[in-house]
Design a protein around this ligand. Structure first.
Ligand code: S3P
Length: 170
């Protein structure tokens, strides 16, 4: 089976859905943020603080390039900003089926209330304004990269996984 790649804004549940999906169809789960943290031996927040956003974005592209020779057998969960760079969107198209977990800003804001300190793109900003701003900047990139769009609403992860499987099999 071609890789299944999950994209979407911070807080949409990519990691949670990826592990449910991996478990139910017995595929390895790869989380690009985890890969970067492991390689760097420091958290995403520390990478932003010590090296800056641009260095982190380069690390993200490097991870996609490294994954590019493995187009099957994995569920890949992306950091929320991954599809912003056009080079990344091109790499994603070659890497597998891209599934956009689409949520509206109110759902995201509610879910993001906790854990802001782990997310340097949000910390130090007014949460509502920042989410609305970034989402409006990114929406077109998520749509552009997506093969499948799943509106997540308030559905629980099991239901979302079922809907992903139905669409991915078509
Ligand atoms: C980011 C999202 C984060 C992480 C980094 C930057 C973004 O991943 O990659 O903090 O720019 O949206 P999650 O979407 O898993 O929170």
């Amino acid at each position: 089976m071609k890789n299944l790649i999950l994209e979407g804004f911070m807080g949409c549940g990519k990691s949670r859905i990826a592990s449910e999906l991996g478990r139910s169809i017995k595929l390895e789960v790869i989380d690009t943020d985890d890969v970067i943290e492991r390689k760097q031996g420091r958290t995403i927040a520390k990478i932003f603080e010590e090296s800056g956003e641009e260095a982190f974005r380069d690390m993200e592209t490097a991870v996609l390039r490294e994954l590019s020779d493995r187009q099957e057998g994995a569920v890949i969960s992306l950091g929320g900003g991954m599809p912003v760079k056009s080079e990344n969107r091109k790499l994603l198209k070659e890497l597998g089926t891209v599934i956009y977990l689409k949520a509206d800003s109110n759902v995201l804001i509610r879910r993001l209330q906790r854990g802001v300190e782990k997310r340097p793109m949000l910390s130090g900003h007014d949460l509502k304004e920042r989410v609305e701003q970034l989402l409006s900047e990114r929406e077109a990139f998520y749509e552009d990269a997506a093969d499948i769009v799943i509106e997540i609403g308030e559905d629980d992860p099991e239901k979302i996984v079922k809907r992903i499987m139905e669409k991915a099999e078509q």
